[in-house]
Every structure is written in structure tokens, then in C-alpha cells.
Design a protein around this ligand. Structure first.
Ligand code: NAG
Length: 340
């Protein structure tokens, strides 16, 4: 019932077009008309000289969409904002550097499978802020704040948006040119633990690129609470599900070669996803018996209003999804207990 609901909710997601991707491939007039409709929705700004190159990319994307839709029945591919972008441009919407995963983290608390409910959704509990649209290689900052926001809500009853940009500016030294903004959420958990702070999003507008780490004088949104560390989940589906019982779980997956850029709704699985290295951080925020609900940071005009429904119970590497799960630990700071 629950998973059916998730799927039904998705029927109106994404852009509506008067021409289907399959029809767009049938004539150059249909292609052009679909591309114009797409442009009026996304407003990508291009030099007139590159428009024909963009239409070529768009046409190739339509082919991929048609191919996926003819092979899969559980999920639908469609036109998303990535449809006329080059691979290098799409790569700016990732940002995990798996080689920067630190060795830290505690082992997970084991949950007896019989004690797991059949579903859980941190969105329904009001612990999840709206889907963001990342710019730059900042996926890992959004996975971090999504976890912290939910735990903070659990402790304070207040749903606050924390400053993803502060993590981008501060977790790694600036001018580390090879890193190019990429990072990991567990380094961010460590940074919050070490500094004892994380600002508010309202005071730190998102740019998605490394800037100076200068947050002195800015509100500490965590005042009174501390991140005391993080736990890594077991490297399997059950590990993520067990982790979800305490709050959202930051996870990494391989999006290159996964066709996720054209995912629009349904139960996602892609058996030929490469599964060699994770390149993108997202956050698991719920599960049912059939799906793991994943919050992405590609805006609400991608996927199912910004969400991805991952089919459970699939064999294979699952695009690395189960390899790098971790979640922070948040508790009330002892020295602040007299306040409020
Ligand atoms: C990952 O980080 C290392 C260390 O900064 C860097 O050498 C490497 O090029 C980075 N890889 C990517 C894909 O950004």
C-alpha cells in the first residue's frame, strides 16, 4: 500500500510535454517542437552558434529515453533538465570523491530484522526539508545537511535548513585545485564534530563552489547540540534499512552509466549500471518493503519531484548504493543544558 502510494504520487511529476520522447524522434519538426518546449521550461542559455550541437545532444537523449522505456517496465525515463547537457556539464551535478572517504566512523547499531516495521518515511514525519538544486560539486554537502536536519528536528521539534555552503567552504582547505569542490559527507560529519558548529542556510546562500571559510559571527544553528561522530552502515541493503530506523542515511552511488539523469518515476533498477566507483552523494529518507526512498539534490524538476525510488531486493552491485552508507550522531551538548 505504502509503496503504491509513493508511485501514484509521482504521476504528475516532471515537466509535461505535448510531444513524447518517442514522437520527438519521428521527424525533425517534432524534434524541434519538443526541444523548443523543453527550452521554454528550463531556460538554458546558449550561444546561438551552439544550438545545433544542443539539439544533437537532445536527440541522443531522446534515443536513450526510448531505449530505456522499451526495456524497463518498473521505471520511466523522460526529458529532464539534463537532456541537452554534455557529460562534462552533467558532471557538475555530482561531486562525490570516493577516494576522500575517511577511515573513521563507528560500526552500526544492529537492528534485529524482526523489529523493523514494514515502512518508514522521514518525510511523512516532517523531518525532511524541501529538495534543493545543487550547483557545483556539492552533492555531499546536501547529504550531510539532510541527515543533520532530521536529527535536529527529532531533538528540538524544529525543522531548520542548515548551511550546505558552509560545508563547501570549510570542510576542505580552499585552493585544493585537484579536488574541484568534491568531497564526502563523512568528512563533513567530522568537521561539524570538530568545530561544534553548522550555520543556517538563510545566512549562507548556496553557490556550490568553494569560497572563503569565513563564518565568524554567523549563527551556530546547532547551538546546544553536538555531532559526536557517525556510524557506517553494513554494506548491504539491510544495512541502509537498519540505519533508517534512527534517521536519514547519507549514501553514495555511481550515476555515470546509470541512466539516472533521465529517471522520472517508478521503481528504479538498472542491471548494467557499472558499479566500479561511487560519484554522487544522496540521502536515503525512507523505505517500504519494495523501495528505498532517496532524496536527491537535482531540483524538483528531475525524478519524482526530486526523489528517486530505488527497487529493493535486486541482485548485483546496485550502482554501489549500499557501499558507503553513514549517518551522524547528534546529541544535546552537556554545557548548554541550563539554557532555554
Ligand atoms: C579526488 O581527490 C584527490 C585528492 O584531492 C584528487 O587527486 C583526485 O583527482 C580527485 N578525484 C576527482 C574525481 O575529483
Amino acid at each position: 500500500m505504502n509503496s503504491l502510494l509513493f508511485v501514484l504520487l509521482g504521476l504528475t511529476s516532471c515537466y509535461a510535454y505535448s510531444v513524447t520522447p518517442e514522437q520527438g524522434l519521428q521527424s525533425s519538426r517534432a524534434l524541434l517542437s519538443l526541444y523548443q518546449e523543453f527550452q521554454s521550461q528550463v531556460n538554458h542559455e546558449y550561444d546561438p552558434a551552439e544550438v545545433s550541437m544542443r539539439i544533437k545532444i537532445f536527440r541522443n537523449t531522446l534515443k536513450s529515453i526510448a531505449e530505456v522505456n522499451s526495456q524497463q517496465s518498473s521505471w520511466k525515463a523522460g526529458v529532464t533538465k539534463f537532456a541537452d547537457m554534455t557529460e562534462a556539464e552533467i558532471n557538475q551535478y555530482r561531486g562525490l570523491n570516493a577516494s576522500l572517504f575517511t577511515q573513521g566512523g563507528e560500526d552500526p547499531v544492529q537492528v534485529v530484522p524482526a523489529k523493523l516495521g514494514s515502512s518508514l518515511d522521514w518525510r511523512a514525519r516532517g523531518h525532511v526539508t524541501p529538495v534543493k538544486d545543487q550547483m557545483g560539486n556539492s552533492c555531499w554537502t546536501f547529504a550531510t545537511v539532510t541527515c543533520i536536519e532530521a536529527l535536529y528536528k527529532g531533538q528540538t521539534q524544529r525543522l531548520v535548513e542548515f548551511a550546505d555552503q558552509e560545508l563547501m567552504d570549510c570542510v576542505y582547505p580552499t585552493n585544493d585545485a585537484g579536488r574541484n569542490g568534491r568531497g564526502t559527507y563523512n568528512a563533513a560529519f567530522d568537521w561539524i564534530k570538530k568545530t561544534g558548529r553548522l550555520g543556517l542556510r538563510s545566512e549562507a546562500p548556496h553557490t556550490g563552489v568553494d569560497g572563503p571559510c569565513n563564518y565568524r559571527g554567523k549563527t551556530n544553528g546547532l547551538a546546544g547540540y553536538s555531532v559526536t561522530g557517525y556510524r557506517n552502515t553494513d554494506i548491504n541493503e539491510g544495512g541502509i534499512v537498519a540505519g533508517l530506523t534512527q534517521g536519514p542515511v547519507a549514501v553514495a552511488l555511481q550515476t555515470q552509466g546509470s541512466r539516472l539523469d533521465i529517471y522520472t518515476r517508478g521503481l528504479y533498477h538498472y542491471s548494467t549500471c557499472p558499479g566500479t566507483f561511487a560519484d554522487h552523494a544522496v540521502t536515503a529518507v525512507g523505505y517500504t518493503r519494495e523501495v528505498i526512498v532517496i532524496k536527491n539534490s537535482w531540483g524538483t524538476n528531475w525524478g519524482d519531484r526530486g526523489y528517486l525510488f530505488w527497487a529493493r531486493g535486486q541482485k548485483g552491485h546496485n550502482c554501489m548504493l549500499y557501499h558507503h552508507g553513514s549517518y551522524p550522531l547528534l546529541s544535546r551538548s552537556a554545557e548548554e543544558e541550563v539554557e532555554e
